[in-house]
Design a protein around this ligand. Structure first.
Ligand SMILES: Cc1cc2nc3c(=O)[nH]c(=O)nc-3n(C[C@H](O)[C@H](O)[C@H](O)COP(=O)(O)OP(=O)(O)OC[C@H]3O[C@@H](n4cnc5c(N)ncnc54)[C@H](O)[C@@H]3O)c2cc1C
Length: 596
């Protein structure tokens, strides 16, 4: 497959800005509906933060899970969401269309392109509330063979180094227990051997492994589908500003190096530049004060789409989304930044915090949260308690044997020699709790009391302070072989170690207000003709709440599709050549096939 790049396409039906999950979904849907599309991507590779993500989408009532035996319904999800939101009326129209059409949109892509998902099976929602599901809602992108992209494989942004082993092999969530326990069964050993043999073969020809999983599989699937349809994707080309005529967005001014040019868009422009994560001023404006400085987003997500839309008169959600983003605790990994990589962060999403034998403490050496809660809720607790006793950074405290058993941050389970990580400054270690407290610069008496109290909870299995282990999610990420509580284990006589974690967002929540067809709204709440947003440029339909896994990529795909569908249903702003597909008819057909 050869990438098709358009050097000078100056008029198209739909101009899509940003080749992450949202932008490529919008472009693919529009192309499948018969529109002439141009995608412009600021970075040298496609994929954005989506390429570095876990690639899970939260689609209540999806067919794939139902067929695998996991029942769920949009009604239950609606009750669940309504229970989470302070004001369920806020954004309801967008959530309704998401619930109503999400499953069909996923099927629509699967039937027409490479974009396919498989059920995660058991993958609990993040809060135990009425309507929450333990299984059936989460889908993950099916693994993809990067070799199928040919030379265009090089165009796909790799995952962060911390998510790969042996310097380039991707490991999916399902692979981890099989690799860690590779000597426990013949099946595990064969699985590990196959992955390794494939990887060795890959490295003879490719800069990294070609078995793509999670978010990297998702973006490779989107990109491969665009290339199959010969949709031009201009890399290294960024949006500078939007162009308008008579109150309608008619295109954009773009920059490719020194080359600045205009593209006219007959049916509209889709903003999908990944949100404001890397724009310091927007972080101050929309995040908790003082705004956290760490971000898991790719460096090119600097809020360009939002800024251009605001300059054209759009409306943003402002501070109405709680903490303005979806958060994770992240440790700093001492990554080698000399090769142009941005500073290393490891997101503590699900592998370590819920395991027995770990606590998180603040500057007073005291716990401040249920360590096993979702990454987002853990950080919300961190923000809430920071005003009283600074837990930023917080410390994850455990014995070194915990690290060897379960891993800690970027240190994989089974690692016997922790010294390289210690030397890189990833954690501190000490033979006694007193010395550890000194190394962490936290109150030693407080830490000793906290550990003693926690060890009493380990015996009874009941966390009287923060209810660690109480929820489906807590137990799902705990150790099922440990009792009486799979999330609480005694912290013994050492040696000990502690890793500092800071809040870092995996996605922005605040963004441009849109209607349920992804049309950007102006200051008066009216749709701006010709302007759409999706992905994190669109204010999250969850309004700052975090219901479950896949809360941003699911809406990115669905609202990317909806933007394309609406654009395709519109008359072209300038005459469309007769030989071009009748896009309005194609969009109507798409809508009919989804509501059938
Ligand atoms: C470790 C991690 C795990 C995650 N796991 C999940 C998960 O499992 N499920 C989930 O739902 N979410 C997950 N997320 C969040 C998810 O990755 C993001 O919400 C998602 O990628 C946002 O998609 P997007 O298309 O808006 O932005 P992106 O994927 O970041 O794409 C935006 C693109 O726009 C480009 N761009 C920026 N400015 C311009 C410009 N001026 N002109 C042209 N192009 C521009 C950028 O270079 C980038 O390529 C995870 C995030 C992280 C960090």
């Amino acid at each position: 497959m050869q990438p098709t790049r358009s050097p000078a396409t100056h008029e198209v039906d739909l101009l899509v800005i940003g080749a992450g999950a949202g932008g490529m979904a919008a472009a693919l849907a529009a192309s499948l509906m018969g529109l002439e599309v141009l995608v412009c991507e600021k970075a040298a590779q496609v994929g954005g933060t989506a390429a570095t993500s876990a690639g899970t989408i939260w689609i209540p009532g999806n067919r794939q899970s139902r067929e695998a035996g996991f029942e769920d319904s949009a009604d239950a999800a609606r009750r669940y969401l309504d229970g989470l939101l302070a004001d369920p009326a806020d954004g309801r129209a967008l959530r309704e269309v998401y619930l109503a059409r999400g499953p069909a949109v996923v099927d629509w892509f699967a039937e027409r392109s490479e974009v396919r998902f498989v059920p995660c099976g058991r993958h609990p929602d993040y809060l135990d509330r009425d309507g929450a599901a333990v299984s059936g809602r989460a889908l993950v992108a099916a693994a993809y063979d990067g070799r199928r992209l040919g030379a265009a494989f090089a165009d796909v942004r790799p995952p962060i180094p911390e998510f790969m082993v042996f310097g380039g092999m991707m490991v999916g969530k399902d692979d981890i227990p099989r690799l860690v326990n590779r000597f426990a069964s013949v099946a595990n050993f064969m699985h590990a051997a196959r992955l390794f043999a494939r990887y060795v073969g890959d490295r003879l020809r490719h800069p990294r492994g070609t078995r793509l999983v999670m978010g990297n599989a998702l973006v490779a699937r989107l990109y491969a589908s665009l290339l199959q349809r010969k949709v031009p994707v201009r890399l290294g080309t960024r949006l500078e500003s939007l162009s308008s005529e008579n109150g309608r967005v008619t295109g954009a001014r773009l920059r490719d190096g020194q080359d600045v040019f205009e593209v006219r868009a007959r049916r509209g422009v889709v903003l999908a530049t990944g949100g404001f994560a890397r724009d310091a001023a927007s972080r101050q404006r929309w995040m908790p004060v003082p705004a956290p400085v760490d971000s898991m987003a790719v460096p090119s997500d600097t809020g360009d789409g939002i800024a251009a839309a605001l300059a054209a008169g759009a409306q943003a959600s402002g501070r109405s989304h709680g903490s303005g983003a979806f958060w994770t605790p992240a440790s700093r990994t001492g990554r080698d930044t000399s090769k142009g990589q941005w500073a290393g962060l490891f997101p503590h999403l699900s592998l370590d915090r819920a395991k027995p034998g770990l606590i998180a403490v603040n500057g007073a050496g005291r716990r401040f949260a249920n360590e096993a809660d979702s990454y987002h809720h853990f950080i919300e607790a961190m923000f809430a308690s920071h005003a009283r006793t600074p837990p930023i950074p917080a410390w994850l405290v455990c014995e070194t044997r915990f690290v060897q058993t379960y891993g800690l941050g970027a240190i994989h389970p089974g690692t016997t020699d922790l010294r390289p990580h210690l030397l890189a400054g990833c954690f501190v270690a000490a033979p006694s709790l007193g010395h550890l407290a000194q190394a962490m610069n936290v109150d030693a008496a407080g830490l000793a009391e906290t550990v003693a109290r926690h060890n009493r909870f380990a015996e009874t299995g009941v966390d009287e302070d923060f209810r660690k282990g109480h929820s489906e999610l807590n137990r799902f990420n705990g150790d099922p072989a440990h009792g009486p509580n799979p999330c609480i284990g005694r912290i013994g006589d050492g040696p000990y170690c502690a890793m500092a974690v800071w809040p870092a967002e995996i996605a922005c929540s605040s963004g441009l207000e849109t209607d349920a067809q992804a049309r950007v709204l102006d200051a008066a709440g009216q749709p701006m003709p010709g302007l759409y947003a999706c992905g994190n440029d669109l204010a999250s339909i969850m309004r700052g709440t975090y219901p479950g896994p896949g809360t941003t990529l699911g809406p990115a795909l669905v609202f990317g599709f909806l933007a394309a569908e609406h654009a395709a249903s519109q008359p072209a702003e300038v005459d469309t050549p007769a030989e071009r597909t009748d896009a309005a008819t194609a969009a109507t057909t798409a809508a009919e096939s989804l509501t059938a």
